[in-house]
Design a protein around this ligand. Structure first.
Ligand SMILES: NCc1[nH]cc(CCC(=O)O)c1CC(=O)O
Length: 317
């Protein structure tokens, strides 16, 4: 093959850089003659650090500027945490590959306590995610939840500086940054369902860029793609442009894909939880599973819960 040059666009946070370098490494291994360049791009989400993301508004806070650079041809591909990607992509762009998901869960991180159960009454827990807040309050209504913005390092620093008893972060992010030893407990899925796509990486390209799409197809993991297709289809049905307290997780048991979801009120007092499964689903069936579960849960009280939200746009951060 002729010598290939690919430019990857990424945010400059440590986690984003780890992800971009990881993908660059895999591509270099697969195409030893290629030249892979990494370009840093600042996004709106990186600039506004003091406002809870649910209040800033605007979809794709962490993706928009990167997508513009791709549409203008300045970069060829973008590496994102899949959970930061809006369910609808801008015209002309495509989710060309989804990598294997290893760690979908949420981690309980604390300097004093080994698990959620050990937290004393009224303990202070940091998280800005409505999903984590609502699920924590559902099992521990006594907890005091405080906002926690910033990248992973900043949040770990705030655990100390703001005298929080614990914080909750994605297992995947901590492990990628070699901070797995900070994890005291991986929250069981019965307590905390992850965000849509959590733990998987998404490679975005121009839809008509056959060359790049073909090159990165080696990164695709088919079982993960089917799982996140079901999850994203569910989210598309329930979000209506809002940041919503919703957890969703699809996982494989042999050739059965099991999709579980939860919709909660902000205070965690009202919960609709359900699941369904599909045998050897293809992409279309995985999409349908998400729609079907969403329909069922919206009808079973989910719609009322969501209609009471103060609807602003945003993501899971
Ligand atoms: N919201 C920011 C963000 N986006 C992706 C991850 C973690 C890595 C992943 O889920 O793939 C994180 C940090 C966190 O939520 O703790």
């Amino acid at each position: 093959m002729e010598k290939q040059r690919l430019i990857i666009g990424t945010r400059a946070s440590k986690l984003a850089l780890w992800q971009a370098h990881y993908i660059a490494g895999r591509l270099e291994e697969r195409y030893p003659d290629s030249q892979i360049e990494i370009r840093h791009i600042t996004t709106t989400g990186d600039k506004i650090l003091d406002v809870p993301l649910a209040k800033i508004g605007g979809k794709g806070l962490f993706t928009k500027e990167i997508e513009s650079a791709m549409l203008s041809g300045e970069i060829d591909l973008a590496v994102h945490s899949l959970k930061d990607m809006p369910t609808e992509l801008p015209a002309g762009l495509t989710l060309a590959a989804v990598t294997e998901r290893l760690d979908p869960g949420d981690a309980f991180v604390s300097n004093r306590y080994q698990s959620l159960d050990e937290l004393p009454q009224g303990a202070k827990v940091g998280t800005s995610s409505l999903r984590r807040r609502a699920q924590l309050l559902a099992c521990r209504p006594d907890l005091v939840i405080s906002d926690l913005r910033g990248n992973v390092d900043t949040r770990l620093r705030k655990l100390e500086d703001e005298k929080l008893d614990a914080i909750v972060l994605a297992v995947a992010g901590l492990k990628r940054l070699d901070l797995g030893d900070r994890i005291r407990q991986v929250l069981p899925r019965s307590i905390c369902l992850p965000a849509v796509g959590q733990g998987a990486l998404a490679i975005e390209t121009r839809a008509d860029d056959r060359h790049t799409v073909d090159m990165i197809s080696c990164l695709e993991d088919a079982p993960t793609r089917l799982a996140v297709t079901a999850e994203r289809s569910f989210l598309r049905m329930v979000e209506g442009g809002c940041q919503v307290p919703v957890g969703v997780y699809a996982d494989w048991q042999e050739d059965i894909l099991r999709l579980t979801a939860v919709i909660l009120s902000l205070d965690g007092q009202r919960i609709v939880r359900d699941w369904l499964w599909g045998m050897q689903p293809d992409q279309a069936v995985a999409e349908e599973m998400g729609r079907e579960l969403a329909d069922k849960m919206l009808a079973a009280g989910g719609r009322t819960i969501l209609s009471e939200l103060d609807c602003r746009e945003g993501g899971e951060h």
